[in-house]
Design a protein around this ligand. Structure first.
Ligand code: FMN
Length: 185
């Protein structure tokens, strides 16, 4: 089974994107081995620190090095991605020549209580990831308008349409990883 990192762009205890990511991992557990990659314990990126990166950053880079693909679950903050997520991407990209992102197949999704369901944030995320040379899946796009009860207490998606869209994303990403990914064995 392929191993996939999941990165959630929120540190909130009540994060809807954390709940979405957990539901996605539950739906995809027969298809992938997931690595839940923590990014909420990094200092703010500073080039001066990047020559000897802090331990949490080294942990993330090692985890990303070991996976066959990366799925980002992003909130939208002021029509972009949260600073938390940008910080993690910046840390992963440095020192120059040691980026952990290069060549990794990637997909994204996100949820917001707003009608546009993180569309603006995901557009920015695509712009950011493209020069990292991540191999980005274009479809399906998942801009989820979050409603109370969408994921129940057991972590199950209650809306059949949303569940099917998440399953489609997992199915397409499995094909994407095989088609474009670097084979680990
Ligand atoms: C600083 C900030 C900016 C926000 N900007 C947007 C926005 O541009 N678009 C949007 O749909 N929601 C916006 N929201 C609302 C978030 O979508 C909402 O807080 C959501 O729960 C964040 O995801 P999370 O629960 O996974 O952290 C913003 C929230 C915060 C705190």
């Amino acid at each position: 089974m392929r191993t996939i990192a999941v990165i959630v762009g929120s540190a909130s205890r009540d994060s809807i994107n954390r709940r979405l990511a957990n539901a996605l991992m539950l739906l995809g557990q027969d298809r992938f081995v997931f690595v839940d990659v923590r990014i909420d314990d990094f200092p703010l990126f500073n080039i001066d620190l990047s020559k000897e990166p802090p331990a949490p950053v080294l942990r993330m880079k090692a985890e990303i090095a070991g996976v066959d693909g990366v799925i980002f679950t992003t909130p939208e903050h002021n029509r972009s991605i949260p600073a938390l997520l940008k910080n993690a991407i910046d840390w992963g990209s440095r020192p120059a020549g040691t980026s952990c992102w290069i060549g990794k197949p990637t997909a994204m999704l996100g949820a917001s209580p707003g009608q546009t369901g993180t569309a603006a944030a995901q557009q920015h995320l695509r712009n950011i990831l493209s020069p990292q040379q991540m191999i980005m899946m274009g479809q399906p796009e998942l801009y989820l308008h979050w409603k109370a009860g969408l994921v129940d207490e057991a972590g199950q998606v209650t809306d059949e349409t949303v569940k099917k869209r998440l399953e489609l994303l997992l199915e397409r990403f499995a094909v994407w990883v095989e088609r474009v990914g670097v084979r680990s064995a």
